[in-house]
Design a protein around this ligand. Structure first.
Ligand SMILES: [Zn+2]
Ligand SMILES: [Zn+2]
Length: 384
């Protein structure tokens, strides 16, 4: 069940599961930062988001004061003042806004920072990860992604939706509470455009789906594949950029976005994601590997609908080049886009495969069916 609320400052808040009827804390609407805007880099045909307010984001504090938990995402904190199972709220420090300030008139092209930035709270429990969530919590997170994805893609002001998670200080996560984010953009960013172009070029040349071919290659690559189930492959990609990169890719042609998945596929996705994060947790005992996790959903093709040959994938990008060493994305990677992988993908896959099975062999509850039913909105008395 989803209950729609609003913070006192007007930001949307969706509570999933239990809701005890308490209102979010009342606070005055905050002015969006006036500096927020996009600038067009004419030489690369890419947009750059100017978002100086991000530098004032909160960090987890070590201690507690008397009135609030140290973590702003824990129940009782400033974001969720009441008990919750899982929740989504609009970021207090957004890079994109549904009603952005008018962009400044400058010597080059600018645009409003149009879009949405949401935070997804996986669990009320402060410690943990996708690997340690209960089966019920994990199924609920997948259901929430499906719910938010469906709604954000269906908004005509959005051209692209990115579900993602930055885990760990090594990738800049400032809060350790298990959570992810979703950005909805008003344009298709350059890397996604390049992927769509590759699929279309392959279709023109060969009359077949390039992603189906990649799935088949991964299934046959016994040295790179780490796990699979009926719906997803779990593999170090053939041309991994990052040494310990792992992709979870939908096998079924037609599974373009989260909302295309069947109930069985959602179960299989949950199991696959749990498998990957457990590998990263075991890889360096006591120090779970940091990662960027991005959910690649099909952007619109030239004809309007989701790009037909795009298969949904979850791609995990840890910033390490060895278990105890970070890779710096340096000049060649950044300026030329030529990634230099410090390992052979088959070798890093063997290292990851070595920790891919649970030494304890614990039996776990099966992933339950979780559907999100929409409840009536609850309006906040301070918001008209
Ligand atoms: Zn917390
Ligand atoms: Zn396909």
């Amino acid at each position: 069940m989803r209950t729609d609320l609003r913070h006192g400052d007007g930001r949307r808040l969706f509570v999933y599961g239990r809701y005890d009827g308490q209102q979010p804390p009342s606070s005055l609407p905050e002015e969006g930062p006036p500096e927020l805007h996009l600038r067009h880099d004419a030489l690369t045909d890419r947009w750059v988001a100017i978002s100086p307010a991000r530098n004032t984001r909160p960090q987890s504090r070590a201690g507690h004061d008397d009135t609030a938990p140290a973590c702003p995402l824990c129940p009782g904190g400033p974001e969720l003042a009441f008990p919750y199972d899982a929740a989504v709220f609009e970021n207090r420090f957004p890079t994109l806004l549904p009603s952005p300030p008018r962009p400044p008139q400058l010597e080059g092209p600018t645009a409003p920072s149009q879009g949405r930035c949401e935070v997804v709270l996986y669990t009320p429990t402060h410690e943990g990860s996708l690997a340690t969530l209960t089966s019920q919590e994990l199924a609920q997170v997948v259901a929430i992604w499906t719910d938010r994805s469906r709604e954000l893609w269906s908004d005509p002001t959005h051209a692209y939706v990115l579900i993602f998670e930055n885990r760990g200080e090594d990738v800049g996560a400032t809060l350790s509470h298990p959570h992810g984010q979703i950005y909805a953009l008003d344009h298709i960013p350059a890397l996604a455009r390049a992927r769509v172009h590759a699929l279309e070029a392959h279709r023109d040349r060969h009359g077949s789906c390039l992603t189906c071919e990649v799935v088949q290659r991964d299934e046959g690559a016994k040295q790179r594949i780490l796990a699979e189930n009926d719906s997803f492959t779990v593999a170090v990609p053939f041309a991994a950029n990052w040494p310990y990169e792992i992709h979870v890719r939908a096998k079924r042609h037609g599974a373009h976005r989260m909302s295309d998945l069947t109930v069985t596929e959602r179960h299989d996705l949950a199991m696959a994601l749990r498998t990957v994060v457990r590998i990263y947790d075991r890889f360096r005992p006591g120090h779970p590997l940091a990662y960027m996790m991005v959910c690649q959903e099909a952007p619109a093709s030239a004809s309007g609908g989701p790009a037909g040959d795009w298969h949904l994938s979850f791609e995990f990008l840890p910033p390490n080049r060895a278990s105890d060493k970070l890779k710096v994305r340096a000049s060649v990677e950044t300026a030329a886009g030529l990634f230099i992988n410090d390992t052979v993908p088959e070798v890093s896959a063997a290292q990851l495969a070595a920790v891919s099975t649970d030494p304890e062999g614990a039996v776990e509850a099966p992933i339950p069916d979780v559907e999100v039913a929409l409840a009536a909105s609850v309006s906040h008395p301070d918001v008209s």
